[in-house]
Design a protein around this ligand. Structure first.
Ligand SMILES: C=CC1=C(C)c2cc3[nH]c(cc4nc(cc5[nH]c(cc1n2)c(C)c5CCC(=O)O)C(CCC(=O)O)=C4C)c(C)c3C=C
Ligand SMILES: [Fe+2]
Ligand SMILES: [Fe+2]
Length: 344
């Protein structure tokens, strides 16, 4: 900085400024399905205090003694089954990159905006993308944790990681974070369209649609996490939009981890119960996942389908996530344009 009385210092570094960054951040993904890549990814993920809130004294012996010795092989096999072989990466990474590229196109009318993408765990890291945006001249960054429903273990940890990076920066960019959009009419409409379009491709009609959200331990809910309420509201608004009675659109929670009680009803147990009770045709969707990933492709489209058939169910279909579809992109773009107001 300089003015009339203090002349320009010699060799003052050139720092580009005046641009606005938009950083899309999803959960993360391993670089490969091999033991080392899986272990590195799971270690970073499961050491996060926002994910596992147990005391480190209790958790680390279990994590380093058992989980990181057994889970990488098991989960690596599951990733192999859903790996995007063409790009040699997981679909979560493929879709997140595509969302960033499509967002860049659709924000062309805002020439000062630079769009980028990163992952909370693994690569590309949030820190590396903040550096890249700063390098590109962004002194303001809109941080977009890609979760419609807020949870401390997802949204908050993305924000934490970005601010941790800022702690080490001399000239910090100004930061805004995108709030949850679980009840945004554009999101609800996109979900409803995805149901209608998918069901139109079938020659049968489901008796019940399950909206399956990723679970969290019940203790997190008891401590005040709004996640459960956000999921309930999304499911209710979707049901109302589709004009379905309560018994035809149910909410369940999947992906339990560890021995604690998680949010109920559980997806796998519900799918089994419905089949046992004589329900023959169901559709399952994952409104809480912006992109298809291990948890939707393997656990729902794969495992939940098997459970349903094993217990007497006849027709099972998985409704894909919004991914990088035009409707999905409209949801993300609406949130970005709303939160950029006053900056562009
Ligand atoms: C206590 C552990 C976990 C909590 C709490 C949790 C919350 C949570 N997770 C997502 C979204 C995703 N999770 C994914 C994978 C995954 N999740 C956990 C554990 C917890 N998640 C683990 C250990 C794993 C890895 C796989 C495994 O070992 O089982 C993924 C998929 C990533 C991919 O690459 O495909 C997503 C997405 C949400 C939304 C959430 C809370 C609301
Ligand atoms: Fe998870
Ligand atoms: Fe609730």
């Amino acid at each position: 900085m300089t003015d009339a009385v203090s002349p320009q210092p010699v060799n003052h570094p050139v720092i580009r400024h005046g641009k606005v960054g938009v950083l899309l951040v999803n959960l993360g993904t391993p670089d490969g399905t091999d033991y080392t890549s899986m272990r590195r990814y799971l270690k970073e993920f499961l050491m996060d205090r926002r994910v596992i809130e147990w005391s480190r004294l209790k958790w680390y012996p279990i994590l380093f003694g058992i989980v990181l010795n057994t889970r990488p092989q098991k989960v690596g096999k599951a990733y192999e089954a859903i790996w995007n072989k063409e790009r040699n990466e997981s679909y979560l990474r493929t879709y997140t990159r595509s969302q960033s590229e499509l967002m860049t196109e659709s924000l062309k009318d805002l020439p000062n905006v630079v769009v980028d993408w990163g992952m909370r765990y693994g690569q590309p890291s949030i820190a590396s993308r903040i550096d890249a945006l700063k390098e590109a001249g962004c002194d303001r960054i809109l941080l977009f944790p890609l979760y419609p429903q807020y949870a401390a273990s997802t949204t908050a940890t993305v924000n934490d990681k970005a601010f941790e990076k800022l702690m080490a920066m001399r000239w910090q960019p100004a930061i805004r974070t995108v709030p949850p959009y679980h009840d945004d009419p554009v999101y609800i409409e996109a979900l409803a369209n995805s149901v209608t379009r998918h069901l139109a491709t079938l020659d049968w009609e489901p008796e019940i649609i399950l909206t399956s959200f990723h679970g969290i331990p019940k203790s997190y809910f008891d401590k005040g996490d709004p996640y459960h309420c956000h999921c309930q509201k999304t499911a209710r608004l979707l049901r109302e939009h589709l004009g379905l009675p309560k018994e035809r659109l149910m909410i369940t929670f999947q992906s339990r981890f560890g021995p604690e009680e998680w949010l109920q009803p559980y997806t796998d147990k519900t799918v089994e119960k419905l089949a046992r009770e004589g329900v023959k045709r169901i559709a399952v969707m994952n409104p809480g996942f912006v992109s298809d990933c291990l948890e939707t492709l393997e656990e729902i489209a794969g495992e939940a389908g098997e459970i349903f058939h094993e217990h007497g169910g006849e027709k099972f279909t998985h409704i894909p996530c919004l991914n990088d579809s035009p409707d999905g992109m409209r949801v993300l773009e609406t949130a970005v344009r709303r939160e950029l107001l006053g900056w562009v």
